[in-house]
Design a protein around this ligand. Sequence first.
Ligand code: B3K
Ligand code: ZN
Length: 853
Amino acid sequence: RQPKRLADYQAPIFSITHTDLVFELDATATRVTATLTFKRQQPGRLLLEGQQLKLERVRLNDRVLTAAEFAQTAESLEIFAPGDTGVLEIVTLLNPEQNTALEGLYLAEGVYCTQCEAEGFRRITYYPDRPDVLAVFTTTIIANRNELPFLLSNGNKVRESRLPDGRTEVVWHDPYPKPSYLFALVAGDFDHLHDTYVTSTGREVLLEFFVQKGALARSHFAMAALKRAMRWDEQRFGLAYDLDRYMVVAVDFFNMGAMENKGLNVFNSKFVLADDTSATDTDYFNIESIIGHEYFHNWTGNRVTCRDWFQLSLKEGLTVFRDQEFSADMGSPTLNRIDAVKVIRTAQFAEDASPMAHPIRPEQVLEMNNFYTVTVYDKGAEVIRMLQTLLGKAGFNAGLACYLQRHDGQAVTCDDFVQAMQDATGYDLQAFRRWYSQSGTPELSVKEQFDAATGKLTLTLAQQTPATADQQEKLPLVIPVKIELLFHDGSAAQQHLLILDSSVQQFQFDNLPQAPLVVWLEDFSAPVKLSTDYDVEQLLAIASRASNGFARWDAMQQFWHKIIKDAVQQSALPVLPEALLTAFRQWLITPLADLALTAELLTLPDFDTLAAHYAPIPVDALLNILQETTQLLSKALLPELLGCYQQLTTPAYHYSEADVGLRALKNRCLHYLAFTAEGAKRVTAHYQAANNMTDILAALHAAQHANIAQAGELMADFAKRNEANVHVMDKYFNVVAANPRDSVFDALEKLTAHPVFSWKNPNRVRAVYGAFSQRNAPQFHRKDGKGYALLAEVVTKVDAINPQLAARLITPLLSWQRYDDGRQQQLIMLLRELASLPMLSDDLYEKVHKSLP
Ligand code: B3K
Ligand code: ZN
């Protein structure tokens, strides 16, 4: 199988100016009539992409073509003599009911839905299915109104009529030219929530949410979040909505979070539906952030789109950055930054260390769906953030305005974006562009020298990026390093931005009152690993005194990393310095004003964060140390934990920054208290007293983690009470799958027989097996390979149903190089078995073959 390469990009031979689609919906035989007005752009063939289609007829300018006038393969349709302009009519037949891959048009639980990004439109009709062919779409949907009261597509509704045969015909028109990946159609029966919004340009927009029957009350939060997002984009970037209607549909069967189709977003219902009895604080957070993300795509992605899929980060990195800025403005900037950095340090650094390593602009791709990654999305967002750091907020805003104005209605490249940033600010970004083409995690080392006589500080920084699976040679990058200088004598702290753009560089600061304590990489100003040789006292001093909340948290992360590394080296348990206990006591007795930050300061890094620092990963030692350290802390801090726990009370549930922080801190205390003598009693009482999902889940996780006797009882009670809500059942599945004891295998087996479980529903499969492989390190990484074997079996089964889902699930099996010999052998054996399967999808094929030795 041949990957596509960025270097081979060629502009389209034909453009399509108008695309008229007629859908006659039917569960097993939907007929699609596509009328394409085409225009030649350069000499060459008229070759259209198509997959899994039954071709009924091709007509060119009112003449039905004979079999000799076109050629069809499993993946394409070629028209032999199309001329330079003309109209092509193609009729295809689809089977939406059998489409369990959830790409193209599918029917699940009575709802017809499309997903076209990246290359799903070719499962609807033959088409130049690439993002640089932009056409004006008109869509007609014909269906039985009694069964499907809502018939939706992009843009504005132009007409609705009854056909002589009793069916209904609805016509939609989207005035903005768009690539096929932004096309959408939804048909079904829903509850309907509507509202209006007046934009800064005076346009009155109808906002509509379509959700499953009975769920109307659970869609209000998402509606309010949408309005906040619309206002924010006007205020922050001067960007207003551009159609009279904005629709959001929530569906239960969906491969990812949501999709930004023009004027008609399709959402995984998990990221729309929420109320105070069923949603956690995290659910509310995610809904607001994803609603924002898809809305922000209307400008960064839809009005200006990607020339080719290698440029995916052009829209995704930028839009993640925008949604992160939005979330930071809606809530706590510090907590938002901490969460974003956790994603980079766990998942993204792990991807760099894996066989799938790639730059934020990949250079070769077999299955595009495999490149919707933390690298393209989250590291992509970090690269945009670095631009903002270098250019300043005002410069960045000017650059974005220039980019959108210059390229409105076009399909462009990452280079075009950087060029606009450069032209708007006059800042030379030539060297910065390397972030787009170089993969891997840069490693920074630092040296500090202070001359007490002159008050001069010399900082020496060195950078080096280790080779990755895809790229041996690495060059120096432009790395913005924010620092803060702290002084013991009470002198005002100083903040500086160092721009490191060669392998080794020195920076000097004069007239300092005394030797400072340097806080490095404040705000995680670049996606790098930075090591210092600070001792634990210095790290604790930063954690207690830095002016920036993020820096305080980061110092604690470094502290644990250091303590745990020493323990691993000595095959011993960590020695907890008295200074640590003093700091913890202090935070428990007098929490900071920011309770959520206090909770983070009291939290150990998780297994994946720690693992990123080892090769090979000492799995058993790390797991053991984490568990034992938690217990040591619970014992040493019992009175303070209890005092803090009892002091914090929330009367009624309210999703607000203050209450979220309060619950986070209280539940952090509970997590530790669960390990103490009275733990079982306290966890049970917490569960029984809880008036919200966040606290309930905290109790269940604590019960299971600390293995209290009542854990099973509480879980059974929880499952029984929540059977009617699939999203809450997914949370139950998560907890069951995270059980760190041997019994988890039987429990998982039982879950797949649960009435709400279905192999065809990605949310269910992820809730069980995604959670098992990502949140249950002790059982997933068992020495005997039983955890790995289970995941391989699931991946094999799921690949036949839904390749995209299978390819997501397999990720934790790919990085065999990172483990010890025994685990390596287990993993390689399983990967070889997978590679030998006769019907492997492209999605799995690409990942398995890249990772095999
Ligand atoms: N653009 C979509 C993701 C499409 C994934 C295709 N496998 C959602 C988003 O990033 O907003
Ligand atoms: Zn996106």
